[in-house]
Design a protein around this ligand. Structure first.
Ligand SMILES: NC(=O)c1ccc[n+]([C@@H]2O[C@H](COP(=O)([O-])OP(=O)(O)OC[C@H]3O[C@@H](n4cnc5c(N)ncnc54)[C@H](OP(=O)(O)O)[C@@H]3O)[C@@H](O)[C@H]2O)c1
Length: 298
């Protein structure tokens, strides 16, 4: 199967590249690099690329992911998070190809007193959440053969995510203040990438329509609990020199431009039912991530 990976230089894109299965002919694309460099905002360029590559499947790991920045740049956020998946889905629909694209827990708001299921009502509270939901809806309207994979709280050993930020500060000996009133499912990009390939290998051939599926770390905890575990494991494995204090704070004491959901736990039982593959629990994923701290996927 010939798979075009878009957003190949992002956090998830790098992990997808690193664990692509043997049977996959992988063609990579990022803004200025990869086998097929392409700026996704240039409609002519990406259409030419797709017509040249003619993939059997497209994995879209590109997105506008600056959650607070989306509040200031809604047009750009919608361009990347709604219009790009819409066009990719349109191309897939025309060419009988499969699309896998990613969405987020930020499409939800409120607390259902259990983990969010794929069919629960959405209610985004941020521009980013609205833009990702608009992308989901556009893909659904295309009637392509597509997976919309919702995930949450993605971290890795690469720069630019929660884990690398807190461990960077802990490595400098700084104590941490971390919000304890947002609960979610921290997801290692390596595990999300592995599970994405499992989904493609096991389910793409029989996919007939748009299907939404949750893939996230198995379990639930607050950012504060996750930071505590991360600092303890990082100190024990020599990733940082010594443990630092991790103090719990309220979201109100850590003001951010975009509102974050207080409850971001995703029910991933549909993924298990479809693939038979058990997702890694949060603690084990963290161990896997820290094990590659010195040499993350490049
Ligand atoms: N990170 C999370 O916590 C999280 C949580 C839930 C869902 N998700 C979703 O998971 C997916 C992967 O996220 P991630 O963490 O891997 O994000 P990421 O590291 O920010 O990667 C996004 C990639 O998109 C690329 N991109 C942006 N605009 C582009 C353009 N015009 N042309 C070509 N490429 C462009 C970026 O390239 P440049 O670097 O060149 O801009 C970047 O490599 C996204 O759909 C995201 O919404 C993420």
């Amino acid at each position: 199967m010939r798979v075009l990976l878009i957003g190949a230089d992002g956090q998830l894109g790098r992990h997808l590249r690193a664990c692509a299965p043997d049977g996959i002919e992988l063609i990579t694309s990022s803004r200025q690099a990869g086998d097929q460099p392409c700026d996704l905002c240039d409609e002519h360029a990406w259409r030419t690329m797709l017509d040249r590559v003619r993939p059997d499947a497209i994995v879209n790991a590109a997105a506008w992911t600056a959650v607070d920045g989306a509040e200031d740049e809604p047009d750009l956020a919608f361009q990347l998070n709604r219009d790009v998946p819409a066009r990719l889905a349109g191309w897939c629909s025309e060419h009988d190809a499969v699309l896998l694209t990613y969405s987020t827990d930020y499409v939800f708001g409120g607390h259902p007193q259990r983990a969010w299921r794929e069919d629960d009502p959405t209610r985004p509270d941020s521009v980013y959440g609205h833009s990702k939901l608009a992308g989901e809806q556009a893909v659904t309207a295309s009637h392509a053969r597509a997976f919309v994979v919702r995930t949450a709280w993605v971290y890795s050993a690469l720069a630019g995510n929660f884990l690398s930020a807190i461990l960077g500060r802990a490595a400098r000996g700084e104590n941490l203040r971390v919000v304890s009133d947002q609960i979610g499912s921290p997801t290692w990009a390596g595990e999300l990438a592995r599970a994405s390939w499992v989904l493609i290998e096991k389910r793409a051939a029989e996919l007939q329509r748009v299907e939404t599926v949750h893939i996230a770390g198995n379990g639930a905890m607050s950012w504060h609990e996750f930071a505590q575990q991360a600092v303890a494991q990082a100190a024990a494995t020599g990733v940082i020199g010594r443990e630092v204090e991790v103090a719990p704070i309220a979201s109100a004491d850590w003001p951010q431009k975009a509102q974050r959901p207080a409850w971001s736990v995703l029910d991933c039982s549909r993924y298990l039912q479809w693939t038979g593959d058990e997702l890694m629990d949060i603690e084990t994923s963290l161990t896997g991530c820290l094990a590659q701290w010195a040499s993350p996927p490049c």
